[in-house]
Design a protein around this ligand. Sequence first.
Ligand code: SF4
Ligand code: SF4
Length: 417
Amino acid sequence: MNQQVYNWQIGRKMSYPHAEAHPEWQFAFCFNLNRCIGCQTCTMACKSTWTFSKGQEQMWWNNVETKPYGGYPQFWDVKVLQLLEEANPGAQKWARKGEEFTFEGKTIFEAAEKRVGLEPERVLGYLPTDEEWRFPNIYEDTAVSRKGKPMTFDPEGTKLPEHKTRFFYLARICNHCTYPGCLAACPRNAIYKRHEDGIVLIDQERCRGYRKCVAACPYKKVMYRPTTHISEKCIACYPRIEGNDPATKGMPIQTRCMTACIGQIRLQGLVRINKDGSWAEDRYNPLYYLIRVAKVALPLYPQFGTEPNGYYIPPRWVPRGYLRQMFGPGLDEALEKYRVPDRELLAVLQLYQRTKEIIVRYEIKEGKKVYETVIHGKPFTLYNDTIVGYNKEGKEIVRTQVEEPFYVRPDKHQNSI
Ligand code: SF4
Ligand code: SF4
């Protein structure tokens, strides 16, 4: 019997197989897709840490796919969107009330309850084929071509604000969802969400490999291991989050994929959660600020209904309609804020990859005005502010400035070749 739970990302209560139970802190992350260079360093950092053994060859807990054509497994998002559309034709829509948006369509949990002529299930999903799991980076760097004419570029090409010829990299890991589809579907209750940090794990002793979780996760972030006949998924590098990594001296440290990121697109942290599941106000936590105050980072496919805890600053050159379907109706506001950032946003964006440790609070010290200009018709002023980040113990762990340091190499170089 399903319960009613509140999902803030869709602005309403929804049906879910379990009653509300929320962690004290929630693992969350914020990826800036404008900066990803598709180098796959994150992918390899994860693979070389957790999935290098026999039976894990096709297992990529972190993957970076080139949108719109790439996907791991292939076409995962198109397939889930299609299943939802078939279950609720023409009605997968958002409604606006003042400043707020409500999703009026059906989530993967609601659509599963009302499958006409079929047995009700806990979660609407599908099991990808072996073929679909085979290529983690299929269509890498493949751009959208001229409409109706493959292998040609649109003459308008890369004119702003929306590029007709384009692609972008979508970096993905498990979202450690508030209402996980994987957990909801497991008939053995082998999947659980940790009270201390909201990380979603599979109990390897309880799992019997029914793969209900693989079918139910709309992001396809649970993978089956044929050598052990059980399922595995991203564990959010929990020893690092717990502060048990030898490098951290007891303090939480960001995951391997985050700290290895060359493009500095990733900021990972912990947000405090109230007993009712709402986010405790924490104005100067960088993630709280980016997601709840500046609203510049958005969840991936919020309409699926799992309340994912991965957030994205969308790529600003991509056609808005495509992005709105992917990141929800907050898209236009988020892009507007990012295109012409205010003083605070610009300072907080400097925190990306400046330290391995998890920053739970920041402070801005005002600096000198550097210049004024107009961006997209709006006035913009750059100040060289200093931003300081603190860890869970209140200790300063990073200090950096808005004006990035510029190094000029000396004329003389040593060359050992
Ligand atoms: S992304 Fe998928 S695997 Fe991860 S918690 Fe959500 S439903 Fe489960
Ligand atoms: S390491 Fe960073 S820049 Fe490179 S592919 Fe991964 S997310 Fe993108």
